[in-house]
Write a protein that binds this ligand. Structure first.
Ligand code: GLN
Length: 278
């Protein structure tokens, strides 16, 4: 394949038609092919050769397969998470939930945390990483997702404080199996309107179960928000990720259930998070 710098340039050009970050993508794929960190790749670029396997990784990306699926992992909150097509790929925007949790619980960390629709476990495990005294419960309707969450808890050394439960909130009385008195409820539920057009890498590769939530994308909030009454401790706080255009309708659902609501924006300036308190 030749010298690494030239291979990177060529791959960047190829990927520019399908990706918003072609150079970064190429670097991540080449670092993966070389089994080194991206920082190491960049530092030693002039001395490195691109292995033959790099070309096939670039071809997969050209067919819109997400980088996280090709390399099998994604960084979230500075931690490395195993990722497959069974879980939503953790997004940088969702780090806002952890940032807020850290800010809100600075004086008194939350002893008990629950993550509704935990997927890869990213939110729960990042929170447990930040709050070393906390214990956490991750629920998900997908057994395959929970296997990934388990693996991540193990790999991050958090398995002794994390528990996972297979549970579908479409069922009646689902909160019974979770218990109550949680100081912090985290949730990044499915919130995309069914039929919305998503980019090829999302629509073609990520689990639709974790994305779509009915005609207006609000179906899962309609279940989760009324359930908070049972889940939250008296002073508990719920952090709900929302779509950029959902602040109004989801705030209304929360207010209807008697919550005080605060809206937060992500780094891109989009509405992304609702903080709910009794
Ligand atoms: N933010 C995701 C997207 O990019 C949606 C995640 C979700 O539905 N919870 O489409």
């Amino acid at each position: 394949m030749g010298d690494a710098a030239g291979a990177l340039r060529e791959a960047t050009q190829r990927l520019s038609t399908i990706s918003d970050s072609p150079r970064l993508d190429a670097e991540l794929l080449l670092a993966h092919a070389l089994q080194i960190a991206r920082s190491e790749l960049l530092l030693n670029l002039p001395q490195l050769e691109a292995p033959a396997q790099f070309a096939s990784l670039v071809e997969r990306r050209q067919r819109s397969e997400p980088i996280a699926h090709i390399i099998g992992s994604k960084e979230f909150w500075g931690l490395d998470f195993q990722v497959t097509s069974d879980v939503l790929i953790p997004r940088p925007d969702s780090e806002l939930l952890i940032e807020e949790a850290v800010r809100l619980f600075a004086p008194t960390p939350p002893p008990r945390i629950v993550d509704l629709g935990t997927g890869s476990g990213a939110l729960l495990l990042a929170a447990l990483h930040e709050f070393p005294q906390a214990r956490g419960l991750g629920m998900d309707a997908s057994a395959a997702a929970l296997q990934i969450a388990h693996n991540n808890a193990d790999a991050l050394g958090l398995a002794d404080r994390a528990r996972f439960v297979l549970l579908d909130w479409a069922g009646a009385d689902w909160t019974n199996s979770l218990g109550s008195g949680f100081d912090l409820v985290l949730a990044n539920p499915p919130y995309v309107a069914t039929g919305a057009r998503l980019s090829a890498d999302v629509a073609g590769f990520e689990p639709h179960q974790a994305l779509f939530a009915g005609k207006d994308g609000l179906d899962d909030y309609r279940i989760i928000i009324p359930a908070l009454e049972k889940l939250l401790s008296p002073a508990g706080i719920a952090l709900l990720e929302i779509g950029f255009d959902q602040a109004k309708p989801v705030s209304r659902l929360a207010a209807d259930s008697g919550y005080h609501v605060e809206l937060k924006q992500d780094l891109g300036g989009n509405d992304r998070l609702l903080v709910l308190r009794r």
